[in-house]
Design a protein around this ligand. Structure first.
Ligand code: NAD
Length: 488
């Protein structure tokens, strides 16, 4: 196995009020490299008391500190400096992401880290452009609106894109003048802890960005219940999101939820089949299928189903699995033993349901001692099967044939989710009509899994609500205040 050349593997502490601190009860837990199944380092685990300290620090930084009061342009400059530091430390951050989350280093270095820096930079630009409006209200009044930061934000983040999904919240929240407590997943705390340090080095004042790894049931729950938190921004599973939404009701916290998906990738017979196969493979196997927007249901017009599957198999066979620090690796391990077991359980379920396993379906022990699953394709599935309805969150494609456009749409929209969808066709009218009819927050036409800081992302239906990225994300971190001046 290749040793990291840039990442610091010493034990990590919580980051509260600008300082690394041990957990109050001294608890630590090892974070594990999923490619080797070996521990990387010990990481302090926040509990209720630590979360309380972090929220108090964020509260002070918001109520009394310079962050929400400083010139917005200066906030923007500090965010730009943070983005520069992230790029300056890109090799280190990419290694942390590779060993902690099981991402191929090539992906982490060329996607996760640069895109994260780009998002911070984008919102650095927004800081000085968050404006209110003058309103044409009653003649005897002058009425305008102000947009003010929502306050202290609790951000709860999953393990599949530990840096990127945290930064999608950090960028707009800090640009708006909020302060934050970020709780990374207990499985993948390293990259966000490092970015918290880089924010301090960039000049973001202590207490503005606190980072408290710890279990969801204690640290995450404490953040959701804390009366000092004004808003929860959550990305994770639908089940946990539902629970968080209930809890937020107790203190009427603002909440935005980015939840799961079972996104359809719809391939019509008139598509460029090679491009569609490439998109279908990237859509489900990118980040070993641990992607909320994974194109996990491949709906294909029956007459080209066999051909598409053959092309997908040929491409999937080329996805080299192995050490995530090896630049040749294209497909990493599942993030944990629990996730490996879950994915193999779904494969067994698919077989029992009668779907035809045409590729993979097993652990890949040759790739290493970690949690590798071979790229897996089920053919001849139906939309009613559990493997077509439930989020597997692994490299398992469920291919479902359809006979006409109406059937394709009914099947595409036939789950409780609505996060993303793909459409492959050469017919421009069909592309637009299908894009309009799909119930999803993002529709990709003749492409899949493409993102930009300016393009909002989020769910319909049980995939959540609120939007990340773009100007839309700023709505979730600002309050609108209406001011009436009597002119009568
Ligand atoms: P998860 O819901 O188990 O955990 C997500 C985060 O919530 C973690 O930090 C966890 O510690 C915390 N948490 C768990 N229980 C909690 C509780 N009771 N109170 C407060 N916090 C709690 O999800 P996961 O397994 O880490 O991530 C995978 C899931 O995330 C998948 O379902 C996936 O679809 C979803 N996801 C969605 C998006 C999106 O943008 N829609 C993006 C990535 C992942």
């Amino acid at each position: 196995m290749i040793a990291p050349a840039h990442a610091d593997l010493s034990p990590r502490r919580l980051l509260i009020d600008g300082k690394p601190v041990a957990a109050r009860d001294g608890r630590t837990s090892p974070t594990v490299n999923p490619a080797t199944a070996e521990p990387i380092c010990e990481v302090a685990q926040a509990d209720v008391a630590d979360v309380d300290l972090a929220v108090r620090a964020a509260r002070r930084a918001f109520d009394e500190g310079p962050w929400p009061r400083m010139n917005a342009g200066e906030r923007g400059r500090l965010l730009h400096r943070l983005a520069d530091l992230m790029i300056g430390h890109a090799d280190e951050l990419a290694e942390l992401e590779a060993i902690d989350a099981g991402k191929p280093i090539t992906e982490a270095r060329h996607v996760d880290v640069p895109f994260s820096a780009e998002v911070i930079e984008y919102y650095g630009g927004w800081a000085s452009k968050i404006t209110g409006e003058t309103l044409p209200a009653r003649d005897e009044s002058f009425v305008y609106s102000l947009r003010e930061p929502v306050g202290v934000v609790g951000a709860i983040v999953p393990w599949n894109f530990p840096l990127l999904l945290a930064v999608w919240k950090v960028g707009p929240a800090l640009a708006a003048g909020c302060t934050m407590v970020v709780k990374p997943s207990e499985t993948t705390p390293l990259s966000m802890l490092r970015v918290g340090e880089l924010a301090l080095a960039a000049g973001v004042p202590p207490g503005v960005l606190n980072v408290v790894p710890g279990p969801g049931s204690s640290a995450g729950d404490a953040l959701v219940r804390h009366p000092g938190v004004d808003k929860i921004a959550f990305t994770g599973s639908t089940a946990v999101g539902q629970e968080i939404m209930r809890r937020c009701a107790d203190t009427v916290k603002r909440v935005t939820l980015e939840l799961g998906g079972k996104s359809p990738n719809v391939v019509f017979a008139d598509a460029d089949l090679d491009a569609a196969a490439r998109g279908a493979v990237a859509g489900i196997f990118y980040n070993k299928g641990e992607v909320c927007a994974a194109g996990s249901r491949i709906l294909v017009e029956r007459e080209v189903a066999g051909e598409l599957i053959e092309r997908m198999k040929a491409r999937a066979a080329k996805l080299t699995q192995g050490d995530t620090l090896d630049p040749k690796t294209r497909l990493g391990p599942q993030v944990s033993q629990a996730q490996l077991n879950k994915v193999l359980g779904w494969v067994a379920r698919g077989r029992a349901e009668g779907a035809k396993l045409v590729l993979g379906g097993e652990r890949n022990a040759e790739a290493g001692p970690g949690y590798f699953v071979r790229p897996t394709i089920f053919a001849d599935a139906t939309n009613e099967m559990a493997i077509a309805q439930e989020e597997i969150f692994g490299p398992v494609a469920t291919v479902i044939p359809f006979d006409d456009l109406d059937q394709a749409l009914a099947r595409a929209n036939g789950t409780r989710y609505g996060l993303a969808a793909g459409v492959w066709t050469r017919d421009v009218k069909k592309a637009h009509r299908v894009a309009r009819a799909l119930q999803a927050g993002t529709v990709w036409v003749n492409c899949y899994n493409v993102y930009d800081p300016a393009a909002s992302f989020g769910g319909f239906r049980q995939s959540g609500f609120g939007r990340e990225l773009g100007s839309a994300a700023l709505e979730g971190y600002t309050e609108r205040k209406t001011v009436w001046i009597d002119l009568g």
